[in-house]
Design a binder for this molecule. Structure first.
Ligand SMILES: Cc1cc2nc3c(=O)[nH]c(=O)nc-3n(C[C@H](O)[C@H](O)[C@H](O)COP(=O)(O)O)c2cc1C
Length: 185
């Protein structure tokens, strides 16, 4: 089982990293192959609407997104997590999702290279209400499912986060993420 984690935060080593890494750690301990892409370390340019991909299913932009394009055909579970920036996913995560546009046919047909890929979605945010951003999770779920055929199997919400003191492994949602990771085998 191949698990690919995407930390959609603009920074590494924060709350979102902790969430994604907990899932990957649990998965690795039960024999899954795991890989992590940290969008905050990568240069991924926005889609420039050239539409060449409508014929080729390949993006012409040669940048960090190539790492995802290489991994996608072999990825069984995509762990995609974003911090909330001004009530939505980060620009890094939005750009990442929009660059998956190359996997849509000219009539919006699903052309994702690995049918059967499942998703685990996560968000981290400072607001204190657990369900404050469920509309964001639902937005992510619907985009992945309707455009790429990727079904979401679990959601994680790390709320009340602090920028200067990121959550640790003892946080209940991080523990749940780690235990969940072990079930992905
Ligand atoms: C630019 C920016 C905008 C933010 N906007 C929100 C927001 O709208 N709602 C919220 O609850 N938290 C907001 N936050 C807090 C982050 O979502 C929160 O600290 C998150 O856990 C950061 O993840 P990270 O540690 O992986 O960077 C914002 C933080 C930043 C830097």
């Amino acid at each position: 089982m191949n698990i690919l984690g995407i930390n959609g935060s603009g920074r590494v080593g924060g709350n979102t990293a902790m969430l994604v890494e907990a899932i990957l750690k649990g998965a690795a301990e039960t024999g899954c192959e795991t890989n992590l892409l940290e969008l905050g370390r990568m240069i991924i340019r926005p889609c420039n609407a050239c539409k060449v991909c409508k014929d080729t299913h390949q993006c012409v932009i040669d940048d960090g997104m190539s790492e995802f394009y290489r991994a996608a055909p072999d990825t069984d579970v995509l762990v995609l997590a974003s911090p909330i920036y001004l009530d939505h996913i980060s620009a890094q995560t939005m750009t990442f999702i929009q660059r998956m546009y190359c996997y849509l046919g000219p009539g919006l047909e699903i052309c994702y290279p690995h049918p059967g890929t499942r998703a685990v979605l996560g968000i981290t945010y400072g607001a204190q209400w657990r369900k404050a951003y469920d509309y964001v999770l639902d937005w992510m779920r619907a985009r992945l499912e309707e455009y790429f055929g990727i079904r979401t199997i679990e959601y994680f919400r790390v709320h009340s986060t602090k920028h200067d003191n990121p959550v640790g492994p003892e946080h209940p949602e991080i523990q749940r993420a780690y235990e969940f990771g072990k079930t992905l085998k």
